[in-house]
Design a protein around this ligand. Structure first.
Ligand SMILES: [Zn+2]
Ligand SMILES: [Zn+2]
Length: 139
């Protein structure tokens, strides 16, 4: 056993480790403080001051920071978000669907669209439903 002086409360305590810094009562507290310091440091390193003026890395226009995680101006942020959404939608469609191009008589396209709309479906859904029904009726 080694005898140490606790760095937090100054009490003498004993530990099996020769490098212990805190008594058992303060050890938990020390961990909490360390976590807090780490979190604050990390936050300060990563984020920019809210309310400060920054230059957008995308469009190089100055903007005012409104949140700690903001990395570009509002316009670019919006654009990036919607781009990401479209891309992930496209990706999903590409991975899960095949497309078929088909022709309808002149003027029929609008009729088809209107019909699908009146049924609360997309044209795609209408065709698929029709196909399923056809398959069901022509076995
Ligand atoms: Zn202590
Ligand atoms: Zn921008």
């Amino acid at each position: 056993m080694f005898t140490h002086i606790c760095e937090i409360c100054g009490e003498e305590f004993q530990s099996q480790s020769n490098r212990a810094k805190y008594c058992v009562y303060c050890r938990d507290k020390a961990q909490v403080l360390r976590n807090k310091a780490y979190r604050e440091k990390k936050l300060a390193g990563l984020s920019v001051t809210v309310g400060s003026e920054q230059i957008c890395p995308i469009c190089s226009k100055p903007y005012t920071v409104t949140s700690g995680s903001q990395k570009c101006c509002k316009d670019c942020q919006k654009k990036q978000n919607s781009k990401r959404k479209i891309n992930s939608n496209r990706q999903y469609t590409k991975e899960n669907y095949d497309s078929i191009l088909f022709y309808v008589p002149k003027g029929e396209r609008e009729t088809l669209k209107e019909y699908a709309k009146s049924r609360n479906m997309s044209v795609n859904k209408l065709i698929q439903t029709a196909l399923e029904e056809y398959k069901g009726n022509h076995n």
